[in-house]
Design a protein around this ligand. Sequence first.
Ligand code: ARG
Length: 463
Amino acid sequence: MAKNKNNKAIWNTRIKYNTSSLFQKIGNSIDVDKRLYKEDIAGSIAHVEMLFKQKIISFKIKNKIIYGLNKIEKEISNNKFEFKKNYEDIHMNIEKRLFDIIGDEAGYVHTARSRNDQVVTDFKIWIRSATKKINTSIDKVIKSILNLAEKNIYTIMPGFTHLKNAQAVSFAHYLMAYVEMFNRDKKRFTNSLDILDENPLGVAALTGTSFNIDRNYTAKKLGFKRSTNNSIDTVSDRDFVLDFLYNSSICSMHISRIAEELIIWNSDSFNLINLSDKIVTGSSIMPQKKNPDLLEFLRGKTGTTYGNLFAMLTILKGLPLSYFKDLQEDKELIFKSNDIILDCIKILNEVLKNITPNKKKMFDLANSGFITATDLADYLVKNHSISFRRAYEKTAAIVNYAEREKKNLDKLTLEELKKIEPKLSNNVLKVFDLKNSVNSKKSYGGTSFDNIKKMIVKYRKQK
Ligand code: ARG
């Protein structure tokens, strides 16, 4: 329940009884939305500057209000501010404190606005800067990936489909698939900023206002490209909240896929990477264990980011226009997803600095499972003028033979190969060399060493 300087509810003249303590407990959001204090104060300062410019409030009142708001900002920043649950939210807590500091003239700050436009303004500004922070931290992960990739251009591993050996790839190329995922995340976050870039301030409760305000002025002051077009939509719209939650969900899904992959590679069965002691934990009963708990944490957190997206989608489904208290849930969901993403990105960055590929194991695994079979089929097409489908059949026959003989393809002699395809010459043997195989994929985006080097340079230059 919000109170004025006489410790009475702002709506006390109208509503006779105090809000029930249970409702106060459930309905207050101060513990969550106090994170918006800077944005709330910036919004209020822009608002009163506009009110003065439009001759709605006097110079003296404007200055007094700005003085009070700046003082409140310092108090909050220095942990000297007492947040009160009975003042419901950050907007009311600040307004109430303004009364304490400057007296009755604080009553002018809420001219021509409502908490409904105020909260959307604060929130959009907050999400805008949170988005930029997330993108900066994604950049750091990309850098770590590139550092690891640079050291592993010639590290050869099996590329999998269906988790079965498919074709040999460079470990660096594999890692840089993650760079593409993160680049898309950054773009997705950035794209959402354009939709969000509209100033809500001044639509008041839902209809706009009869005061002669200048919304373009506050838009400019608060860094918005333009003002929203429809007052009712403005206070009802939380699409920008969904965008952020969706973007966070995809980003955390990417992190989860990487984490799962690293867990598999770290398993005793695969043993393709080692995790340093900094990023593993032990078992309370099995003394030998080094578990990849951190990676599991990254994978598991995706459940919460998806949950937050679905919570918001559900809140909005069927909600009529315009403002309802249901919408207040949006802050908690966004803050949680934001914190998870930032934590997970930081942890992933730590992980990437603490993994080493087990190069021999990678190579040996790549050298099994007839992984160069496609290279042989390609060779037959290029050197023996047959169609790919025909070459596929001949190669399959050779693979069947090797399997019967329990031999790798590179262990077959020319004589053995000639039993199936008599036209083959010594030249064919080089297709079974893994390094050759990797380096032959020179098509744009492929795993050849030259491509990888060029991509590293390109990624390092990107903004
Ligand atoms: N704390 C509220 C929220 O976050 C602010 C808007 C309140 N508006 C209202 N009419 N009750 O949604």
